[in-house]
Design a protein around this ligand. Structure first.
Ligand SMILES: Nc1nc2c(ncn2[C@@H]2O[C@H](COP(=O)(O)OP(=O)(O)OP(=O)(O)O)[C@@H](O)[C@H]2O)c(=O)[nH]1
Ligand SMILES: [Mg+2]
Length: 308
């Protein structure tokens, strides 16, 4: 299966939830009127696009319909709007540094360690030499878990003692990356809630000590967001972002949910790029976010011919 098919496959649940209903809405010959917009609104809300973003999309369609008349191709208009919206989440390319330090953060169980493993593999495939830092020192299992990901893709893992200082592990790993001439250091951290201030301070300390030893580090702070938590996860992420210098998102578990529409809400309301998407439990179920591809995977094939 090609990468495109994999993503498409992963978004099946969301697409089924949206596409079949869209097909009913965009029946050939149907006018872009109030009733159509009402049905569309319900569909978007059910795919966890969220109230704000749904209202935005409906308003855009209303305006477009006003310009183009009731025979406007609502299906094509919606697709255009969705792509435009998601383009905002593509963000700008990140200036590479060496070693490029990526700190991976987020709430418990969102898929941080798995994403670190996948990202390392992805970058290694691109020819980068990668090192992992096991800075989640809360659980022995967390260190073991990262070591397994490292073994699978031949990536060196720097780990410390259980219950040790995670900032010290990060610094050790940075030194290892520097002395081995690695291009990328990816730092796994323990899950935490934004309102646990001691844990948030620990995260700040990790950033601070890295910055002391390498200009601009961490160059990226990626917040891992579990798509299955939909709008709730989004609220958590907003709070998280408020207290840490998050630069981008990794959206995980889009394979397990009909809430893939949450990507639209992120694009519209988070003001952060979605850097990567994760869509399964194996190493290759991961890729950089691409707006056009994501929109197509989300909405499926065009279901109806233009209405005129
Ligand atoms: N289906 C699916 N499962 C995923 C994905 N990413 C992670 N998981 C699963 O989610 C669970 C938690 O993943 P972890 O990577 O351990 O999450 P974490 O954020 O590191 O967890 P803590 O360190 O405990 O906070 C595991 O069972 C993973 O296999 C994904 O994209 N799709
Ligand atoms: Mg973890």
């Amino acid at each position: 299966m090609g990468l495109f098919d994999k993503l498409k496959n992963a978004l099946t649940k969301t697409r089924e939830a949206i596409t079949e209903k869209l097909a009913a809405v965009f029946k050939p010959g149907r006018k872009l009127d109030r009733a159509l917009l009402q049905e569309l609104e319900d569909i978007l809300l059910s795919a966890d696009v969220g109230l704000e973003t749904t209202e935005y999309l409906i308003t855009r369609l209303q305006e477009a319909g006003r310009k183009a008349g009731p025979d406007a191709d609502a299906d094509a208009l919606l697709r255009e709007e969705v792509v435009t919206l998601l383009k905002a989440a593509e963000g700008n390319p990140v200036e590479p540094a060496s070693p490029h330090v990526v700190l991976v953060v987020g709430v418990n169980g969102t898929g941080k360690t798995t994403s670190v493993g996948k990202l390392g593999k992805f970058l290694a495939t691109q020819g980068q030499s990668v090192i992992f830092a096991a800075a989640d020192t809360f659980r022995a299992a967390a260190i073991e878990q990262l070591k397994i990901w490292g073994e699978r893709s031949g990536i060196h893992v720097v780990a410390g003692e259980m219950n040790g200082d995670s900032a010290a592990v990060a610094v050790d790993a940075l030194q290892a990356a520097q002395s081995r001439g690695a291009n990328v250091l990816i730092v796994d951290t323990a899950g935490r809630l934004h309102n646990k201030s001691n844990l948030m301070q620990e995260l700040e300390k990790v950033s601070r000590v890295l910055n002391k030893r390498s200009l601009g580090a961490p160059h990226e702070v990626l917040l891992v967001l579990d798509a299955t938590t939909g709008q709730n996860g989004l609220n958590q992420a907003r709070e998280f972002t408020r207290t840490t210098g998050v630069t981008g998102l990794i959206l995980t578990k889009i394979d397990g949910t009909a809430k893939g529409g949450v990507a639209l809400a992120i694009a519209r309301t988070m003001n952060l790029p979605i850097r990567y998407v994760g869509f399964g439990e194996s190493l290759d179920d991961f890729e950089p976010f691409d707006a056009v591809k994501f929109a197509e995977s989300l909405l499926g094939e065009r279901t109806a011919a233009p209405a005129n």
